[in-house]
Design a binder for this molecule. Structure first.
Ligand SMILES: [Fe+2]
Ligand SMILES: [Fe+2]
Length: 533
């Protein structure tokens, strides 16, 4: 699509084509008959309804030009939006150039300074409507010029032009609509009829209101998106292991959806995500782990099997045990009655006891830091835990409490079953948070998609154990993106970050086992979509 912008700084000169109309000649045009006028007004109403129901700004601007051109039988049309003293070129449509398939669009959109020297600038400043019969025959008395650059580059001849300000109800000019080359019955370029001017003005006003609304919606959306990005990024940043996770999952998901849209063959040939569906998926991806806000930081960011406080408590306890066993508790005022006593400091027996306690503490410290626990280490741990000492009040106490043993006995990673379950609750938190966001109808599935990212096709996922027929493609995409990032992101306590090739193998293994969608995994890995972050 292309059409001509004009900057107005250049002096107009005669085009190669024949001139048939002149500016400001007496207008001998037929006014609309009553029935024709009624038809036009009806049409205008329909256009107004169409404009008011389009909230996407870019689509709306295209629609305005398209409808205004249809309304006036214009071969081409352009639209400028006025923002902070500058006219921004937004839409260009040109049927003649579109028909010339071999003609490359010779146009690059650019901002146009708001000046009376250009036609659009003049209308943008004065709010006047200009109905020009022939832009190459402008009288010398007018302040504006026509820039013929576009015509020369594209072998196009601009002749008649209807340029209308887009004013809202407060008479504020939001932009300029430029209609080019009205086409008569014989297909020839004719002047724009004077009788359509006020109708086009009315259309432009409706367009201005629609633009204002769409801009307002766009601003609210931008604000909402910024809020999502900042809040989810802050939640991810609570742990160095998840920093940037939501952003990357959104990028992978968007890359997958966009690649699916590009597929014309194979399993995705009939799948196409609309703009709204792409937006819905993106929101779901950004928000999928927002529920982690409900999981304590010490669990999310757990480095070792025990918290630092718990390990410090054990160290203090073992110092006490050592003191009691070596010194008979005299340092702690337990006296000779303490059953831990009986050894004299400096004796071989005391030395052996001291070394044993230190070995045990060092073993516990090693187990605490290790991401894996062997059976042999577990039985050593059991042995230590079975020992008791007498505290300062003469009560028997275990070397290690049940809670400490539960943490230290984790065979892989550093989370106990209870902590793991606590982390899993983030999905329900996500659902409860996201479902309370008043999304519009087109985004109604965001809560469901975002809360399904840990579901597997074979029903082994969580929280609901959904199966393939209950999991739409959006949830499947999120699951692939989420696992890939968890595997390749920064080192975890129990494993190093995987290179993409290894992570792709893991995704494939999940797909082969029936957990992930094989077609999505294939697309993601074969097209290396993970590079699109
Ligand atoms: Fe998650
Ligand atoms: Fe996640």
């Amino acid at each position: 699509m292309t059409a001509q912008p004009e900057t107005g700084n250049l002096v107009a000169h005669a085009p190669a084509a024949e001139q048939t109309h002149s500016y400001a000649s007496p207008k001998q045009r037929e006014p609309f008959s009553d029935s024709a006028l009624r038809t036009q007004v009806e049409k205008l109403n329909q256009i107004g309804i169409a404009l008011s129901s389009e909230t996407n700004l870019e689509r709306l601007l295209e629609l305005i030009v398209q409808e205004a051109r249809a309304f006036t039988c214009a071969d081409a049309g352009s639209l400028y939006i006025l923002d902070d003293g500058i006219l921004y070129f937004h839409v260009a449509q040109n049927d003649t150039l579109k028909r010339r398939a071999d003609t490359p669009p010779g146009f690059k959109p650019y901002p146009l300074a708001l000046s009376k020297e250009s036609i659009a600038g003049y209308v943008g400043i004065t709010g006047e409507i200009l109905n020009i019969e022939n832009v190459y025959k402008l009288p010398k008395t007018v302040p504006y010029n026509f820039n013929p650059d576009f015509d020369l580059r594209n072998e196009y001849v601009t002749r008649s032009m209807l340029v209308v300000p887009m004013k809202d109800r407060e008479e504020q000019i939001l932009g300029v609509l430029q209609l080019i080359n009205a086409t008569g019955e014989a297909g020839l370029v004719v002047p724009f009829q004077e009788s359509v001017e006020h109708l086009v003005m009315s259309l432009a006003s409706q367009a201005a209101v629609a633009i204002r609304n769409a801009k307002l919606i766009a601003n609210i959306k931008a604000l909402f998106e910024a809020l999502i990005r900042y809040s989810t990024s802050a939640i991810d940043a609570r742990s160095p292991h998840t920093a940037g996770h939501s952003r990357r999952v959104a990028a992978y998901s968007e890359a997958l959806a966009s690649a699916i849209n590009d597929e014309t063959m194979g399993p995705f040939r009939d799948v196409f995500f609309s703009t709204e569906q792409l937006e819905e998926l993106s929101y779901a991806a950004w928000l999928h782990d927002i529920g982690k806000i409900g999981v304590p930081e010490q669990i999310l960011d757990k480095e070792n099997k025990l918290s630092a406080e718990a390990m410090a408590t054990i160290t203090t306890r073992f110092d006490l045990i050592k003191s009691l066993r070596v010194h008979g508790g005299c340092d702690h005022g337990s006296g000779e009655n303490n059953k831990n006593s009986g050894r004299h400091p400096g004796t071989k027996e005391a030395e052996g006891a001291e070394q044993e306690i230190e070995r045990e503490l060092s073993f516990i410290s090693k187990v605490n830091r290790s991401p894996f626990l062997s059976d042999a280490d577990l039985s050593t741990l059991d042995e230590i835990a079975s020992k008791t000492y007498e505290d300062l009040h003469g009560h028997a106490r275990p070397y290690l409490t049940d809670k400490e043993m539960e943490c230290l006995s984790v065979k892989k990673g550093n989370l106990t079953d209870e902590e793991y379950k606590r982390i899993q609750t983030h999905v329900e938190h996500t659902y409860n948070i996201v479902r309370n966001i008043p999304f519009t109808k087109t985004l109604k599935n965001v809560p469901f998609y975002s809360a399904s990212h840990h579901e597997f096709l074979d029903g082994t996922g969580y929280p609901r154990g959904l199966t393939s027929d209950e999991l739409p493609i959006q949830a499947r995409i999120l699951a692939v993106a989420d696992i890939f990032d968890a595997l390749t992101a920064v080192d975890r306590p129990y494993r190093s970050a995987m290179p993409p090739s290894k992570a792709c193998q893991v995704l494939n293994a999940h797909a082969k086992a029936g957990r992930l969608d094989q077609d999505i995994v294939n697309l993601f890995t074969e097209k290396a979509l993970y590079n699109k972050t």
